[in-house]
Design a protein around this ligand. Sequence first.
Ligand code: EPU
Length: 429
Amino acid sequence: MEKLYINGGRELSGVVRISGSKNAALAIMAGAILAEDVVTLYNVPRILDTQIMVELLNGLGASTRFVDMNTVTIDPRNIHCLEAPYELVSKMRASFSVLGPLLARFGFARVPVPGGCDIGARPVNFHIEGLKRLGASLHTEHGIYTAECNSLHGNSIYFDFQSAGATQHLMTAAALADGVTTIDNCATEPEVVDLANFLNSLGADIQGAGTTTIRVSGKKRLHGGEYSIIPDRMEAGTFAIIAAITCSDLKLQNAVYSHMKPMISKIVEAGADVTEDFNGLRVKCNVRLNGINIKTMPHPGFPTDMHQPIAALLSIASGTSVITENVYESRFRYVNELNRMGANIKVEGRTAVITGVERLTGAPVTATDLRAGASLICAALAAEGETEIAGIEHIDRGYENYVGKLAALGASICKGSEDSWEGLKVCSL
Ligand code: EPU
């Protein structure tokens, strides 16, 4: 198993290019199932999760491949298998999002029930109830959802909670339903807007994406097309935190200010300097930051995906910070690992109380999920001495070429297996 080795405490500088959005790319790739001709997607991040989605679409019969580093072509004309395999759905929950498009286009789909994961239970009841509202019949047997319909028909859908995935899933299915679907109290994330823009570029009629009511007028068919995916606000947010935690000056090329306001306002409140640059953001920091309080919320609230990385930053801020996690019940497994590095974080229910310490020190730690991994990278870059991070397959799921990007900014970082570690240590750190 490979690990990540970071020798912290260095100031970084330079420009980092922010890659395409993971969460937009996954929803859009699944949405391409609806098209009746080839779809070409630009700015797709080359990460484990998009490669799993390529594999999944190919398994359904859609010819899908990366034709260059960040361009994917999907030819959905030969889809013939309407069942997603358990191995892929268990590796990546976003695989579940092929259910609605398969059902809308072919009237049938079988997809395994996705389980909980390291950040919480993550049920799919909104997805299932919504598909039923659109006229599908669904039942589970042997851990697999079987969904059937003659055709989907428009209806009104209301969510108890603004779920990003359910909004994307049902908007996609409704794009081919007969009549009008309205989705109320839906998610407003930039990734929802990006999916709506993509589907509209194929001929769909989706209005209101980015607000809490989306109206989808179903179409008989969608055509092929080309689309470029938005930059990843979570990757940009992570690099903003890296700039702040290492007291550096970084330019985040392609980062979109309007997608990142909740996150930027908090690091500015803590004392970092963030400005819009000609093609992105510049984040500077040369003082110790102040502790702040954060509550994670659906967009435009503070994003839950930035909870863990910003906790690393606050662990060395002055004073006490409080982070309340309102989206996932168990996004706290990173806390023990940061505490191993010298942080002072206590969890009470859904709240992390962070008492800022003067410094972190490198230690062997384990990433338990993607953003926990990002949190450990942030901490390791600021810590004195060497940090060894295990579980980096989680980080590979969502951050494109992070070792190369960080090394180009001046970080002392390398990835390797324990066998090759001595050699890597000599050459890289
Ligand atoms: N929820 C339900 N029932 C449902 C769906 C969701 O109760 O049917 C609950 C969830 O359990 C959770 C809350 O609603 O408590 C929000 O979940 P949401 O559906 O918004 O999350 P998701 O669509 O499964 C996406 C991202 C996550 C990100 C969340 C929240 C993808 C592939 N994943 O998940 O990204 O945390 O939205 O913004 O788009 C990550 O990138 O690290 C990541 C976990």
